[in-house]
Design a protein around this ligand. Structure first.
Ligand code: GN1
Ligand code: MG
Length: 360
């Protein structure tokens, strides 16, 4: 990798830049660039073009959003890519790798796990605000950067193929997990119902609402959302569901001690309050009925994806230790079970909230 060429392309002074690895994303590679001549910091990213087949489409989407937001909501804080003197924001190396740069938001920080209700509330309201701000944008103008990304039916089919054609030893090893996932296929049927009957409207959707994709400032005040690679037309259940998946439990998908996986109702309430308020007039009453389903949808899909990858010999997510994707899959299955157990309690929280906002 030639950092010098990348920096030169973006008109940054090579001699004054220090580059360090940064972040924990599974797909792209990220670094910080620190300028010691003016104290500016940037985020450099190599887009994984094996996953995102057309990084140009991501750039085009980000620019579309930026133009729309600048015009319609100029005070909304949106982090867009850095453009060089020629207006270009994507550097393509001789090896065909794609690089882009974002400014680092001064005094901001991100967290890797939700530590309190305020973080959950602020993050949920940032993701809701993002969708709400973009309601007026014609969603068909957005390019689909990852085809079938949250197409649960397809993920289920890929899982079914993996349990037939994947690594035989691993299939035998995971038979009880496979059985459980197959037994939950009602979640797929519900998704098909949503899709076929257009129960939920296609909107600008972030599709990766984990807590580390929100920047905070001050005392856990939500500042903006980042990681816009998967912003494309989608259903709101993707965004809400991934918040449930990644915020409700104090232990994340990497946790190997499954007893630490629990559902925190107070975090659920904070997400519901943070999300549903800005979305109150955006979502229809019928759409809102899928609020808790969103969690089942996303956790189930992630469990399928991790186990599928394990059965296919870890070709997608990679691994840091031998059974990494198996542990991740098991972790998500435990989380799904905990969510299913908590459903009545969570339903009650939603109803209480609906009643209190209806009175206002
Ligand atoms: C991937 O790279 P990262 O961490 O932002 C994945 C998400 C998964 C997540 C699980 C493009 O996101 O869908 O939920 O890992 N993104 C892609 O950690 O596959
Ligand atoms: Mg991401």
């Amino acid at each position: 990798m030639c950092f010098e060429k990348i920096l030169t392309f973006f008109d940054l002074p090579v001699a004054h830049c220090e580059i360090n690895e940064f972040g924990s994303g599974l797909i792209n590679k990220t670094w910080t660039i620190q300028r010691n001549d003016n104290n500016n910091t940037y985020i450099l990213q190599k887009v994984n073009h094996f996953v995102f087949k057309s990084p140009q489409d991501i750039s085009s989407n980000i620019n579309l959003l930026n133009d729309f937001l600048q015009k319609e909501h100029p005070s909304y804080y949106f982090v867009t890519t850095l453009k060089n003197k020629e207006g270009k924001d994507l550097y393509i190396s001789e090896q065909g790798e794609y690089f882009r740069i974002f400014p680092f938001v001064k005094n901001s920080y991100s967290v890797n796990a939700v530590g309190n209700t305020k973080q959950a509330y602020e993050a949920a309201s940032q993701f809701a605000k993002f969708v709400q701000m973009l309601e007026g944008l014609d969603v068909s103008l957005l390019k689909t950067t990852l085809k079938d990304f949250h197409n649960l039916t397809l993920r289920y089919e890929q899982f079914q193929t993996a349990i037939k054609e994947g690594n035989a030893e691993r299939i035998a090893e995971t038979s009880s997990l496979i059985e459980f996932l197959l037994s939950q296929n009602d979640i797929v049927n519900e998704f098909e119902n949503i899709k076929q009957n257009n129960v939920i409207k296609l909107r600008v959707t972030h599709h990766d609402t984990k807590i580390s994709n929100v920047l905070f400032t001050g005392n856990d005040d939500g500042c903006c959302v980042i990681d816009l690679d998967t912003v494309m037309p989608g259903y709101y259940i993707s965004d809400v569901g991934d918040m449930f998946r990644t915020y409700l439990s104090p232990a994340n998908e990497e946790e190997q001690d499954f007893s630490k996986i629990i559902i925190r109702p107070e975090i659920f309430k904070a997400i519901a309050e943070g999300y549903l308020l800005p979305m109150q007039d955006v979502l229809s009453k019928e759409e809102k009925q899928y609020f808790i389903y969103a969690g089942k949808f996303m956790i189930y899909m992630q469990a399928l994806r991790f186990l599928t990858d394990y059965l296919n010999n870890d070709v997608y997510y990679g691994k840091k230790y031998e059974k990494h994707n198996l542990v991740r899959a098991e972790n998500q299955i435990v989380l799904l079970k905990r969510l299913l157990e908590s459903e009545p309690e969570l339903q009650e929280i939603v109803e209480l909230l609906e009643n209190s906002t209806a009175k206002v």
